[in-house]
Design a protein around this ligand. Structure first.
Ligand SMILES: Cc1ncc(C[n+]2csc(CCOP(=O)(O)OP(=O)(O)O)c2C)c(N)n1
Ligand SMILES: [Mg+2]
Length: 370
């Protein structure tokens, strides 16, 4: 049976694409067993860098340096870092507006990202995209999308391109739990299943969307089980454990590379701050709930403790990583502060292809209003 979720068991990883792995099976997966101590430390470093960047971001926002929407990823770091760490050269990533955490593992730098937040010309989208539009197509990172679910058909399109070019690759299309009811997502699932596209929809289920929780907004649980309606495989992942994320994503990748079929992974995770910087987050959950999660399940602390227990790193080693990440984020802050804003003459550039390339214009009508 292709489309059923199997019970928890120690699986043969080659066929584990429709199995929720036990922690033990995930930790012992070949992809994790192959990790050298330095590579494990690097996973920890990447998570700490994201958090250091975002803690600076929060303060900069509160000080009025950042305008518009801004959504932090604090608490979810193991998902992006774990996922990206098992990608191969023809795999692509596309995500939501909560994109800071995916950008760095995909190879973007703190300077270009901080400058983008500040609306500066040195930003990755020349200061015209902001927090929701970190982009690096040259690194196979396709952004940063502000419309809930808007990236899901694009993810199918990227997967189509990979398959069309005959490459062994997949598209990892990240989305929130609040995106599962968008029509575009279901249209994308239908085409992905029908055309057998190597796309993995990764639902980062942080339990809340905007001002509401999953139980109040979405019918059916688990959300990934909806895959069965499209004849697709699905699996659940405990997202705060980076090794579990790595093992399960890798199994899904191998499945999509081999079969070209799509699947859905639902990753249980948690964000510590409100939906966005303008969401005070006091109406739908308690501070105690956040504190309890943070104490018992924080992905960085969890992995740090595993590495300390295995004598891969010492407390001093962790401190050094934290200091380096803090220094890198401070440098990015200075870079952003000192960078210029885009000139007014650039305001319409890089928005519509036809505006920048009038010789190729085929449509009539108005692109910009005066
Ligand atoms: C089509 C559309 N509808 C509404 C919004 C406003 N909006 C932005 S994020 C969001 C909630 C999304 O929650 P979820 O998918 O769980 O992601 P999270 O923010 O938790 O990462 C809403 C309703 C939007 N951006 N796009
Ligand atoms: Mg959510």
């Amino acid at each position: 049976m292709r489309s059923q979720q199997m019970p928890l068991q120690a699986p043969d990883l080659k066929s584990a694409y429709n199995v929720t792995l036990s922690t033990e099976a995930a930790v012992n997966a070949p992809i994790n067993q192959a990790l050298k101590p330095e590579a494990k430390i690097d996973l920890l470093r990447q998570m700490i860098r994201i958090r250091a960047f975002e803690e600076k971001t929060v303060r900069a926002y509160q000080q009025g340096h950042i305008g518009g929407f801004c959504h932090t990823y604090i608490g979810q770091e193991s998902v992006a870092v774990g996922t990206v760490s098992v990608l191969e050269e023809h795999d692509h990533v596309i995500t939501t507006y909560r994109d800071h955490g995916h950008a760095f593992p995909m190879g973007m730098g703190m300077n270009e990202c901080m400058a983008e937040l500040f609306g500066k010309y040195t930003g990755c989208s020349k200061g015209k995209g902001g927090s929701m539009h970190f982009f690096a197509p040259d690194k196979r990172f396709w952004g940063g999308h502000g419309i809930v679910g808007g990236q899901t058909p694009l993810g199918a399109g990227i997967a189509f391109a990979v398959k069309y070019q005959g490459l062994k690759g997949s598209c990892l299309c990240f989305m929130g739990d609040g995106a599962v009811n968008q029509g575009a997502y279901h249209e994308a699932l239908n085409l992905a299943a029908l055309w057998e596209l190597p796309v993995i929809y990764v639902i980062e289920n942080n339990r809340y969307s905007m001002g509401t929780c999953q139980a109040s907004s979405s019918a059916g649980n688990p959300l990934a089980k909806r895959a069965e309606g499209y004849g697709m495989n699905w699996a659940m992942v405990r997202g705060n454990h980076i090794l579990e994320v790595r093992a399960q994503i890798r199994a899904a990748l191998e499945y999509t590379w081999e079969t070209h079929r799509p699947m859905i992974l639902e990753i249980d995770t948690y964000r510590y701050r409100g939906h966005s910087m303008s969401d005070p987050d006091q109406t739908y959950r308690t501070k105690d709930e956040i504190a309890a999660y943070r104490t018992a399940h924080d992905p960085i602390l969890l992995f740090q403790n595993i590495l300390k227990g295995d004598k891969v790193i010492t407390a001093e080693g962790v401190e050094k990583i934290e200091e380096a990440a803090e220094a890198e984020a401070s440098t990015a802050l200075d870079f952003a502060l000192q960078s210029p804003f885009p000139p007014e003459s650039e305001i319409k550039r890089d928005v519509y292809w036809e505006e920048d390339h009038p010789e190729t214009k085929t449509s009539q009508g108005t692109l910009f209003f005066n």
